[in-house]
Ligand binder design. Sequence first.
Ligand code: FAD
Ligand code: NAD
Length: 490
Amino acid sequence: MAPTSDTDSASDTYDVIVIGAGPVGENVADYAIRGSDRTAVLIEHELVGGECSYWACMPSKALLGPGAALAAARGLPGARERVGDEHPDRDAVFGWRDAMTHRRDDGSQVDWARGAGLDVVRGHGRISAERTVTVGDRTLHAREAVVIATGSTASIPPIPGLREAFPWTSRDATNIAEVPDRVVVLGGGVVACEAATWLADLGVREITMLVRGDRLLPKTEPFAGELIADGLRSAGVDIRFGTTIGSVDRPDAADTGYGRIHGGTATIGLVTADGEPAGELVVDEVLVAAGRAPASTDVGLDVVGLEARGPVEVDDSLTVPGHPWLYAVGDVNGRVALTHMGKYQARVAGDVIAARAEGKDLSGSRFRATSDHGAVPQVVFTRPELAAVGRTEEEARADGVDVEVVAADIAVAGSAVLREDYRGRAQLIIDRARDVIVGATFVGSGVEELVHSATVAVVGEVPLEKLWHAVPSYPTVSEIWLRLLEQRRV
Ligand SMILES: Cc1cc2nc3c(=O)[nH]c(=O)nc-3n(C[C@H](O)[C@H](O)[C@H](O)COP(=O)(O)OP(=O)(O)OC[C@H]3O[C@@H](n4cnc5c(N)ncnc54)[C@H](O)[C@@H]3O)c2cc1C
Ligand SMILES: NC(=O)c1ccc[n+]([C@@H]2O[C@H](COP(=O)([O-])OP(=O)(O)OC[C@H]3O[C@@H](n4cnc5c(N)ncnc54)[C@H](O)[C@@H]3O)[C@@H](O)[C@H]2O)c1
């Protein structure tokens, strides 16, 4: 539902002003005032709940769930015989997605904000002076803090004809309403891999992924990208490495709305990573999944002498250096573009704002977002799933860690009971000198619930000698821990 009016208090002075009411903005405001008589306002120019709730995490996971459930059932004798159609029911999947996104009605999120004691102001917020933010004809003043939590937007590379072709971005893919027959996906990152998975589920006949590098998910362990490429190929996806788009020609392009096919067919001129011609493709839709840019260009950063583009630089207390009243949290600071990490930063920033307001000492670890460095967990909801935390082998070596790698196939009793066709692999990156795990990667079905055990081990710096006594239950996929630790038994 489109936001229509400003709401709440007519007061122009708050303790805390937050620009951007995505998951991160909501949390920082809540933490900054919780249990106090401080006041805070959320400024939002679109929907309270942000990208995650309506355009990103929630709809994408809703679209992926039914296909994953069918695949799990197909892997288990007794259930397999009851699975009819290969694909999920399209309309029912769309209905489930729409239920998860509340059909873009942010009423419940606004209610939550008000219940938490936050004011909500609709409109575009811009810093207009130190501790001052303008929204429409209102000028708001902050006694304690201004927080930029404006998120990020999809990047569209400057390829001739691409922008004019009205390509789909992740917003269209997650809010898909019409299913194109042939789709080209530009990119090999997380959005590209997840979207190719649900497009295949929804019955897109030809999916071609163009990946300019030589592997998928280049920020993760190479074996993970290989297993996910195998999974996508078995779903019928054509992955072309070392290939990208050189030009797009779509004479009948039209902005028909989110998730609708944006006009007639497009002819894609393919080029190699070196720019050499590599043939043509004719498709019904183009999905650009080529990363995101911080939404920092139109929030008035230049007014306070900061660069008005790119990530807003912050220290580990999420404070902008030299501006002790100004904070940047979530995607906009370029540290980690994940909802759970943005919300973690929000808890840290909220606590910092509260402590500063109360004149408290800021030396405790809760006032620093230390997990942003080397302890970031992420789940990629492909088939198989990928779940990882901490550093890859390459990153650990680059950091000078005395690396030991242990790896094993996830083919222990627990996984065999879960699915007849279980396939997966796990790997730990060990700091030999300190006898602790600094990274872990799991690929397989059900691993999304396994990664937190590794996160606890990494953040807690639990010695491997002690981990040996953490006994995994039988029969569960967690038994992979035993197989991995056995390799280190002396
Ligand atoms: C397709 C897709 C799937 C994803 N899936 C996952 C996932 O499964 N798990 C995960 O952890 N992460 C996922 N992410 C990443 C996740 O969506 C982001 O990390 C998260 O949304 C960042 O939260 P945020 O609050 O920083 O920004 P946003 O969610 O982008 O919120 C920022 C808000 O600020 C508002 N705003 C911007 N500028 C202004 C302004 N000047 N004035 C007023 N309001 C403004 C915007 O309208 C928006 O509501 C996914 C991303 C994509 C694209
Ligand atoms: N499950 C999850 O946690 C989840 C799901 C989706 C997105 N996200 C997050 O959202 C963010 C955005 O995801 P994303 O996949 O858009 O970004 P990404 O950075 O993961 O991947 C971008 C891809 O686009 C390619 N690319 C960039 N510019 C290109 C160009 N000019 N030509 C050809 N290829 C180009 C890159 O090589 C890379 O393969 C990420 O931080 C991601 O972690 C998380």
